[in-house]
Design a protein around this ligand. Sequence first.
Ligand code: GLC
Length: 743
Amino acid sequence: MVKKIFLSALAASLAFVAPASGVEQRVDSVLSMMSLREKIGQLNQLNTRGDKQECLDIVAAGEVGSIINENHPDVVRRLQKTAVEKSRLGIPLIFGRDVIHGYHTIFPIPLGQAATWNPELVGRGARIAAVEATHDGIRWTFSPMVDVSRDARWGRIAESAGEDPLLNEVMGLALVRGYQGSALSSPTSMAACAKHFCGYGAAEGGRDYNTTWIPEPLLRDVYLKPFKALAKAGVATFMTSFNDINGTPSTGNPFLLRKVLRDEWGFDGVVVSDWDAITEMIAHRVCADKDQAAAMAVNAGTDIDMEGDAYLRCLPELVESGKVDIAVIDNAVRNVLRLKFRLGLFDNPYIGLDSEDKSYAPAHLEAARKMVGESAVLIKNDGILPLAPSVRRIAVVGPMADAAHDQCGTWCLDLEKSHSVTPLAALRERFGRDAVVYAPGLAYSRDRSTAGFKAAIEAARKADVVLFFAGEEAVLSGEAHCLADVVLQGRQSQLLEELALTGTPVVTVLMAGRPLAIRDEVGNSNAVIYSFHPGTMAGPGLVDVITGDVNPSGHLPVTLPLMAGQMPLYYAQKSTGRPAQEIVHIDDIELEAVQSSTGCTSYYLDAGKAPYLPFGYGLSYTTFGYGPVELSSTEIPADGKLIAACTVTNTGSRTGATVAQLYVSDCVASLTRPVKELKAFRKIELAPGESRRLEFELSVSDLGFHQADGSYIVEPGQMNLWIAPDSSTSAPAAAFTITGNRP
Ligand code: GLC
């Protein structure tokens, strides 16, 4: 009885302040009633073990603010009911989960979503994920990951939008809008989480969790850029990264969490640590014990301790002994309470739980299928694609042809593979079982047995075409799954070689979580489609492309290397003082040649300098012509605007889409600058023979860079500009000058 009176009093006290706009007053009102332990409880995130009594007791004691990885609606409801009705103040819980590229309907991995260069489509996928996940009570997703990733060895490149800051920014914004919807308080909205803040993708050697050293100009021009955009756009939460950055772990880094995120960007959301990352500062050897780690993290600006038990265990004593100021705790608690009010949890703690379950709705599957088609990157095509109507017998080979689990890639916590439609199933559906002969040749991507080769070769010999589905099992990319060499595992390449020797045309479809070195495999194929782990609707989406129902329009969000030794490898490289001109390959060097015989410039004797395929590359079943760039002016002041225009024409015989990419280059600057930087892009569809004049408006203020002291500068001088279908363009640049005096 007392509890009910108290709760109604609490509700009344919260109600007296102004409605939604009075969130701060409501936050302060609740804060004023909280004990120290209750405050610290809000900063504790528990990885639930179901609603076992131990978990219910901690919740009832008000010692948990959020729960990670509980998504059974009955358990969510019971835990929430315990928090609201049994804890002293009845503060509701937030339930969070890694909904990274779909919840039940699995979309392509984020790297594949980036390959669409279509933020509207990507945003729709996130909206669908939110609708499906909020039904189970999930109101916080730990997505989008916007870590610029320039090393194919790093397993988490799969979760990123690739190597470019702008592409990560645009895709990250689309995902945030999709997850958070029109209002965070909507039953189908989830708080999004910009992660991993910051510099995680710069892990030395592409080895996960490894150290990073990122000078401030690079940090601000590249790694912080997408995060700043998400903070300004209202992303609800941030997650700290595991890595140390310039010697300080992000989780205990006040430069990142207070100076940049709060003071410069004005972020007022929640910062959650990555999993146990507070305690890991002991392993980083910057903290001697949990007490020191808890103090360092909360003082630096990490609000919530994800499954580390450091805050709950250490902060009470640290505050009581004066080592941590209660004001620091209050500030963190305010951020958490503010998020809960914004999510509408105080008004309805069970919000979302009563919504209709729309998992796998036809519209959801259709959206996933469309994204598979748009994320497919046509790497090579000698004309075998789209398949001719005369094709009667198809040999389906390879370990990824019928891999319901592995086609979905990393981070699919709620994948139900019985819903996956594989390429084999879709081909049988499309062409009939008699027309499709299935001989995988290998059981899984790492399989080293050649026992299945004979049947595969025989099937190939009798077929009109071989469709070879290869790539990586899902577990070979993602967190903690890095590769020192980025090649196809097992005997896949050998199998492809033998398929090619049959003389039957081979179409290779690669499903992978990272860029792979595939020059030889492309050489043994008549056509190659790169499909970054495409998800639930891999089969129908890829068959749409293979048959020509969909004209491929994917473009690479990452550079494809010749070999791992080239890493880190990305288009926005620096020129160096000795840019490579002539390449002398290692096999062409004369015996006893003198040292200077190879030119003394910047390249590898065994790999040259160029990648195998450049960032932004992608073919179509039609062709496109890009006209010369026209500029609104060739002299623009630093505070001016520039219009760059280009006419793009579909010069082929089929309707198709291309991605016009606008790159700039700063010809001379006070710091070395990338040889090209992507500043805008637009995906357009054109009918055969259709031309369209594209206009891009650039603010010259966006063409500057950061200096060593963190200040941003736009320098006068000549700039070059291209509008092209990929980053390797050698078309004549349009030149303009930024006028003004060099400061
Ligand atoms: C993991 C990942 C992070 C994820 C979190 C919760 O270790 O680094 O991306 O959101 O833990 O699962």
